[in-house]
Design a protein around this ligand. Structure first.
Ligand code: ARG
Length: 450
C-alpha cells in the first residue's frame, strides 16, 4: 500500500516534469515553402508559383503568386510540385523481405518480438523518407506498433503518424494463426489475435483497445501468405463478424477486414466494416453492397509482382505462391471494375510483404488499371484521410491541417511515377528530408564530389 503510494507520487512528478519540458519547447518559427507548382488535391487544380505558410506544426495558408509572405523564413524549393504528405492505409512496419534471414522456416523459427521491434524504427524511417507521413499499421505482433507509434508521437524517433491495429484478430487455423502448417509439437508463444466465438472475439477486441489499438483488424477470409489450404474462404461466421464490428464501433474504433474471397467480402461489408482489405475476388453484388454502405475497398495491387518474382527465393512454400496466382490477376481486374463503379478506394500497399519505402510503386499500377493520376493521388490523400477519420488533419494542403508536405520533381499528373522519388518531406512543420533547392552550379559541383 505504502509502496504503491510512493510509486504513484513519483509517477505524478515524472509526468509533471515531462509536461513542463513539452511546454518549454521553443515555438517553431513561421516558415514559407515556395515551389514552382502545388497540386491542390481537393480541386485537382495545379497552382503555379505556390506558397505554403507553416506555423508550428500546422499549415497557416496556401497561396499562388505574389511576394514572400511577411515575417516568414522562406524555404525555396524551386522546380518541384508540392503535394500533401502521402497516406498508406495498409502497412506492416515490423518486418519486410530486407530483414528476412532469406529463409521462410528460419525466419519462423528464429526471429522473435525483439528482432521485429529492433528493425521497426528503420522501416518506419524508410516509409517517411518515401513521402508517406501517415500510415495505418494493420497488424503487428506483441503491440510493437503501439510502442512505435508512441515513440514517434513523442518525437523520440522519426517516423510517419501511425494508426495501430495491434494484433490482427482471426480464427483458429486461419490467416492470423501463425502456427498453421507447423507440426503440432511446435508451439508459438506470445500474444496472439486468435479468437473464436461471439464472446471470444468481443474479448479480443476489448483487449486490443485496452493495449492501445486505434483500429481493429480481423481476418474475414483465408489469405495468401499463410498455410491454410484456401485463399478466400470465410474464416468467421456472420455472427462473429457482426460481433467484432459491433464491439469495435462501440469503443469508437473503425474496422478493417482482410478478405480475398467474394463471400467473405460480402459478409464483412454486411457486418459493417469500414474497409475491406485486398478485395481480390469481389463480385458484382459485393461492389453494389460496398457502394450502398460506403465501405472503402483497399486493393494492394502492386504486391503480386513482388511475390511472384521474389518469394520463391525467400524459401516461401510453393503452396503460398500458388495461392498468389489465384488472386493476383483477378484482383487487378476487379480493381478496374471498382474504379468504374465509383467505389470509395484508399491507397493500401501491404508494404512489409515487399520492402518499406517502395510504397509509391503502387501509384503507377493504379493508373495502369483504370484510375486517372488525380484519382490515384486522391486515393493516397483525401480518400485515405476520410477512411482514417482524419480528414481535418491530413491528406490536404489546407489551413489548419498538419504541415505534412512532400515535393516531387516534375508533374505527378503527367507521370505518377514521380511519386516513387519524393525529393522533400516535411512532417508537422519539420523538414525530414531534402531542403532548399541548390543553385544549379552548386548541385553540379556536389555531384562531382566537390
Ligand atoms: N497479406 C496478404 C495475404 O497474405 C497478401 C496478399 C498479396 N497478394 C495480392 N495479390 N495482393 O493474403
Amino acid at each position: 500500500m505504502r509502496l504503491s503510494l510512493v510509486l504513484a507520487t513519483a509517477l505524478t512528478a515524472a509526468i509533471a516534469s515531462t509536461t513542463a519540458t513539452a511546454q518549454q519547447a521553443p515555438a517553431l518559427a513561421r516558415t514559407a515553402l515556395h515551389a514552382a507548382r502545388l497540386l491542390d488535391v481537393d480541386s485537382g487544380r495545379m497552382l503555379r508559383d505556390a506558397w505554403v505558410v507553416v506555423d508550428g506544426d500546422r499549415i497557416a495558408s496556401v497561396s499562388e503568386g505574389g511576394a514572400a509572405p511577411a515575417g516568414a523564413k522562406v524555404v525555396e524549393l524551386g522546380d518541384v510540385t508540392l503535394l500533401p504528405g502521402l497516406i498508406d492505409v495498409h502497412v506492416h512496419l515490423t518486418s519486410d523481405p530486407t530483414v528476412s534471414t532469406g529463409n521462410y522456416y528460419q525466419d519462423a523459427l528464429t526471429l522473435g518480438p525483439m528482432d521485429f521491434a529492433v528493425v521497426a524504427p528503420t522501416l518506419a524511417r524508410r516509409t517517411l523518407d518515401a513521402g508517406f507521413t501517415t500510415v495505418r499499421n494493420v497488424g503487428a505482433g506483441d503491440y510493437i506498433d503501439v510502442a512505435l507509434r508512441n515513440a514517434i508521437d513523442r518525437g523520440q524517433i522519426p517516423g510517419p503518424r501511425i494508426l495501430a491495429a495491434t494484433v490482427p484478430i482471426g480464427s483458429t487455423g486461419g490467416h492470423a494463426d501463425d502456427s498453421t502448417g507447423f507440426s503440432s509439437n511446435v508451439r508459438f508463444e506470445g500474444i496472439t489475435g486468435v479468437a473464436n466465438g461471439i464472446d471470444g472475439v468481443r474479448e479480443r477486441v476489448r483487449e486490443n483497445v485496452k493495449r492501445g489499438a486505434d483500429v481493429i483488424k480481423f481476418m474475414a477470409s483465408a489469405g495468401v501468405l499463410s498455410n491454410e489450404a484456401s485463399v478466400g474462404a470465410p474464416q468467421y461466421t456472420q455472427a462473429e463478424m457482426d460481433a467484432i464490428v459491433d464491439e469495435a464501433h462501440r469503443w469508437g474504433k473503425k474496422v478493417a477486414a482482410h478478405a480475398h474471397g467474394a463471400e467473405a467480402i460480402k459478409m464483412a461489408i454486411r457486418a459493417g466494416v469500414d474497409s475491406v482489405e485486398h478485395c481480390s475476388m469481389i463480385d458484382a453484388e459485393g461492389l453494389k453492397l460496398a457502394k450502398q454502405k460506403g465501405t472503402f475497398l483497399d486493393f494492394d495491387i502492386y504486391n503480386d509482382d513482388y511475390i511472384l518474382t521474389e518469394y520463391a527465393k525467400l524459401g516461401v512454400p510453393q503452396a503460398q505462391i500458388e495461392k498468389e496466382k489465384l488472386v493476383g490477376r483477378v484482383q487487378r481486374e476487379n480493381f478496374r471494375k471498382a474504379v468504374q463503379a465509383g467505389e470509395k478506394m484508399a491507397y493500401a500497399t501491404d508494404a512489409g510483404v515487399y520492402p518499406h519505402g517502395w510504397n509509391g510503386k503502387q501509384f503507377a499500377k493504379e493508373v495502369e488499371w483504370g484510375m486517372t493520376p488525380l484519382q490515384a493521388i486522391r486515393s493516397a490523400t483525401t480518400s485515405a484521410a476520410e477512411l482514417l477519420g482524419w480528414s481535418d488533419k491530413v491528406g490536404s494542403l489546407s489551413p489548419g491541417h498538419y504541415a505534412d508536405v512532400v515535393a516531387v520533381h516534375g508533374d505527378p499528373l503527367a507521370d505518377v511515377g514521380t511519386l516513387e522519388h519524393v525529393a522533400f518531406v516535411m512532417k508537422g512543420g519539420q523538414v525530414l528530408r531534402g531542403g532548399p533547392a541548390q543553385p544549379k552550379a552548386t548541385r553540379a559541383a556536389a555531384q562531382r564530389g566537390a
